[in-house]
Design a protein around this ligand. Structure first.
Ligand SMILES: Nc1ncnc2c1ncn2[C@@H]1O[C@H](COP(=O)(O)OP(=O)(O)O)[C@@H](O)[C@H]1O
Ligand SMILES: [Mg+2]
Length: 379
């Protein structure tokens, strides 16, 4: 075995560093760049030859570089670690001036020539882009839920008001007839009759407005397209856990193999899944065993989604009104989630049912949607 000269082993080390996916940079005690691997060259748009010997500050935006020397000096003087051994999200600066997020881990090694610091750098841009997209999606969903809730509230109010208003109209009409008789007999003032007639007309106008509201909401058709079930479930889970603190809740995802595509309005069905998952999360809050299970399978020409949780289930007396608008047991709840969800399911030709659980079992909500029956002509 021959003894390798330092340059050979150094060259070997550098070539190994160059195969690394992460950026690797080594600096000396004074912050001067000694090693700058291929991944770094890509990341920062500079060559190793160009930056070797320069201060590390060239790789940072000014607000970091201003402090960096002070940090290094502080560490060298006091030994107090601000970043060494700790991964940290910081910013890098490309040769073209662009500033981008990176994760930086720093290690230290002592060499005969003094201390050196090794930085391992990971580009965070793609992860950031995904996070941003998710945030956007969630903002959209929140907005949509609001619009949807308002529609649904309108429908619920229209429905609830319709009955008393009809009764008012019938009473007024009866009153109006009696007054007219009285007027003919000269017992009642004509102006009174006129006032009641006006009241009847206004009540009729209110009735017409409510009819229009009901029509407007009921006519909205789902905007259907072919949708992948797994994607639907994953996005719903992601969006729910992102917004709520899903922390500490175990999520069991239980999808059958080879599920067919669904022909549904993805936004609306996602809304249903999100409502069910949120209810599940709210039902297990504060318990020791917290899990939700979301399953999808095909049964008898229908696609069944099941959302089950480890909560207390639903008391018998509550089950009857569960899907009605404004039925809620929560201080902050509107009690519209299940009402909206069931009407979406039914608009799709499906349904939303509940196995209430209880006695140690949580509730299971079952969303069933028809699968398209194959057209015999195309077979
Ligand atoms: N998974 C569940 N476990 C126990 N109770 C539930 C569950 N889902 C819904 N509920 C009950 O049904 C009610 C209505 O739910 P929902 O229509 O989503 O309105 P909200 O969540 O605003 O109260 C809830 O307040 C709760 O009492
Ligand atoms: Mg709810």
């Amino acid at each position: 075995m021959s003894v390798q000269s330092p340059t050979v082993s150094e060259a070997r080390l550098l070539s190994v560093l160059d195969t690394a996916v992460d950026g690797i940079v080594v600096i000396d005690e004074r912050g001067r760049i000694m090693v700058f691997n291929k991944a770094c060259e890509e990341l920062f748009g500079r060559t190793a030859a160009e930056v070797t010997g320069l201060g590390i500050a060239v790789l940072m935006p000014p607000e970091f570089s201003d402090h960096h020397d002070a940090w290094v000096n502080h560490y060298l003087r006091t030994g107090e670690k601000k970043i060494i051994g700790i991964g940290r999200e910081v910013r890098g600066r490309h040769a073209d001036g662009t500033v981008f997020p990176i994760e930086l881990s720093v290690g230290e090694c002592r060499t005969p020539e003094g201390r050196q610091f090794i930085g391992i750098i990971r580009d965070l841009r793609s992860r950031k882009a995904v996070e941003q997209r998710l945030n956007q999606l969630q903002a959209q969903l929140v907005q949509m839920a609001r619009v949807n809730a308002m529609d649904e509230m309108g429908a619920a109010i229209a429905h609830e008001l319709n009955q008393p208003l009809t009764a008012v109209m019938l009473y007024l009409q009866a009153l109006s007839r009696k007054l007219k008789l009285g007027e003919e007999e000269g017992a009642i003032d004509a102006s009174l009759v006129e006032i009641v007639a006006k009241t009847v007309r206004e009540a009729e106008r209110a009735g017409a407005i409510i009819q229009k509201m009901r029509h407007f909401v009921e006519k909205r058709e789902p905007d259907r397209q072919a949708v992948d079930v797994g994607k639907l479930v994953d996005e719903a889970l992601e969006l729910t856990l992102l917004g709520h603190d899903g922390a500490g809740i175990e999520v069991v995802r239980d999808l059958a193999d080879h599920l067919p595509l669904l022909d549904v309005d993805p936004v609306q069905i996602q809304q249903v899944l999100i409502n069910l998952i949120r209810n599940g999360i709210e039902a297990v809050r504060g318990r020791d065993d917290r899990w939700i299970r979301i399953a999808a399978r095909v049964d008898d020409g229908r696609l069944l989604f099941e959302v089950e949780d480890s909560g207390d289930g639903i008391p018998k007396e509550k089950v009857r009104d569960l899907f009605k608008a404004f039925a809620t047991s929560k201080k902050q709840g509107l009690g519209l989630g299940l009402a909206i969800s069931r009407s979406i399911a039914q608009n799709h030709g499906g349904d939303l049912l509940v196995e209430p659980g209880g006695a140690g079992r949580g509730a299971t909500f079952v969303l069933s949607l028809p699968l398209e029956t194959a057209d015999p002509r195309t077979e």
